[in-house]
Design a binder for this molecule. Structure first.
Ligand code: UD1
Length: 462
């Protein structure tokens, strides 16, 4: 059992969201054009960790989740679960969750508004308690991101759902307190809606069929976690998922998959710096679209072992066109990083962002570094340039900040990135991992003035 006396922030031992204002006062300085070499350990998948933490609400026994990355987003999700009365304890990369007693069906707005994924608790909370009240997460930097598909699906499962004063109130009518299986067609294969409805249907009466479901590896990971607790789910990873409801779930010990987006980011780090990097653990199938695009521009990606990938960059990279799509298409979460790479490729590339409506805000920052990118609507035309030059830039969202780090690694001179809280949301120890393979960078207080010409000698870490 999880001891009750330790505060959640101490238990999780991750960067606390309370330190965010300070994080935002710091900048990341990168001295580019350093060759990288070596091995990078890939952390557990952020998006799996977040939804599996929500999924643990389905079970009244202890759940142990391993390979959980240490991230601000994970910490926030922990705070949300703890506000509901759930007990959590962090031990290394394992997180023990005990949701035997959920004393609250309402999640606090201050926490939900900071983390969109926290809305995903609505499905398991409703299935467990028969009632859930979760504030609307609102829009975010990359788009409006509505939750209509989540709401419509929960109604199809028999829940009464009303939206009042910015909060979604969902409850199950009648004395049985169980949702009812249904056939649900999703208008678009939303990852979050698929996960919400899969979790809700796990404890429903009868069979639920989710059609046009998301096929992302994190959806499969959640399904496997639920199955490890006794849920009956088949078809996860295809566009039709069938869930046969069970009355209750049991304790489990589950390890989440490696983060394919972190791995993809390091593959691009190798390509953009013309360096060989070896990454493990990874699941190469999860990176098929990213690997195909790297190969199409002249880099090679070699699978040395079943769970290891090595990037072997080309002498000079060519252009390519990319359209972001739901899995197994090219991931929107890798779009910004690839754009950084294509700024230095020979020829013209076109990137079309089809998943989110406002996910090209990194273009202006990359152009400040000497890139030549023009945008029309959701389409970016990237004309390759021979060189980027370091500049002060501002991170606009999580993956945009990764793109700026990558551009900084390849640029001549020093790049200074502000608004680092975006980066800390989703990359575990990115700076440490880059330093280990030879990058020259450091995080300093924003008011610590440095001449822009300062060479990356001491006291910089080498
Ligand atoms: C998840 C990922 C995010 C990734 C995205 C797409 C997590 C925590 N986040 O986000 O990193 O970029 O998948 O792979 O797992 N939509 C609606 N109505 C809805 C739900 C979604 O219109 O009810 C739209 C969204 O606005 C968006 C598109 O569907 O344009 C895809 O969104 P979705 O797949 O739901 O993304 P998230 O689950 O929010």
């Amino acid at each position: 059992m999880i001891p009750e006396d330790r505060p959640i922030t101490a238990q999780l031992n991750t960067p606390s969201s309370h330190s965010l204002p300070e994080e935002d006062q710091s900048v990341l300085q990168i001295w580019g054009r350093q060759p990288l070499a070596g091995q990078v350990k890939i952390s557990g998948a952020k998006n799996s960790a977040l939804v599996i933490m929500a999924g643990a609400l389905l079970c009244a026994d202890d759940c142990r989740i391993r390979n959980v990355p240490s991230l601000v987003d994970v910490s926030r999700m922990g705070e949300i679960l703890s506000s509901l009365g759930v007990k959590l304890r962090r031990q290394g990369d394992a997180l023990e969750i005990n949701a035997s007693h959920i004393g609250q069906a309402k999640a606090p707005y201050e926490l939900v508004s900071q983390l969109r994924a926290s809305f995903f608790i609505i499905g398991p909370l409703l299935a467990r308690l028969g009632v859930a009240r979760v504030p609307l997460p609102g829009g975010c930097a990359i788009g409006a991101r509505p939750v209509d598909l989540h709401v419509r699906g929960l109604r199809a499962l028999g829940a009464d759902v009303q939206i009042e004063h910015g909060t979604v109130h969902a409850y199950i009518r009648g004395s049985k307190q169980r949702l009812k299986g249904a056939r649900i067609y999703l208008d678009c294969p939303s990852v979050g809606a698929t996960e919400t409805l899969m979790m809700a249907a796990t404890l429903a009466e009868g069979e639920t069929i989710l059609e046009n479901a998301a096929q992302e590896p994190e959806v499969v990971d959640l399904a496997n976690f639920c199955r490890a607790m006794g849920a009956r789910i088949r078809g996860a990873g295809t566009n039709t998922i069938v869930i046969s409801g069970v009355p209750s779930l049991h304790s489990t010990d589950y390890s989440i998959i490696p983060d394919r987006i972190e791995a993809g980011t390091f593959l691009v780090a190798g390509a953009i710096t013309h360096s060989e990097l070896s990454l493990a653990p990874v699941i190469p199938d999860h990176l098929a679209a990213v690997i195909a695009k790297l190969r199409s521009i002249g880099a090679d990606v070699i699978s040395d072992a079943p769970n290891r990938l090595r990037i072997v960059p080309g002498q000079r990279h060519g252009a390519t066109d990319i359209k972001t799509l739901p899995f197994p298409g090219f991931p929107t979460d890798m779009q910004a990083q690839f754009m950084a790479l294509l700024t230095l490729s020979e020829g013209n590339s076109i990137i079309t962002e089809t998943v989110f409506e406002n996910r090209l805000r990194h273009v202006a920052e990359l152009n400040r570094m000497g890139a030549d990118i023009t945008v029309k609507g959701n389409i970016a035309l990237i004309r390759g340039v021979p060189m980027l030059s370091g500049a002060p830039v501002v991170a606009t969202d999580l993956r945009a900040s990764a793109a700026l780090v990558l551009a900084g690694l390849a640029a001549e001179g020093m790049t200074q990135i502000q608004c680092l809280h975006h980066l800390d949301r989703g990359y575990e120890n990115l700076e440490g991992k880059l330093l280990e393979v030879g990058a020259r960078l450091r995080r300093i207080d924003a008011d610590m003035e440095l001449p822009s010409s300062e060479a990356p000698g001491s006291p910089l870490p080498t």
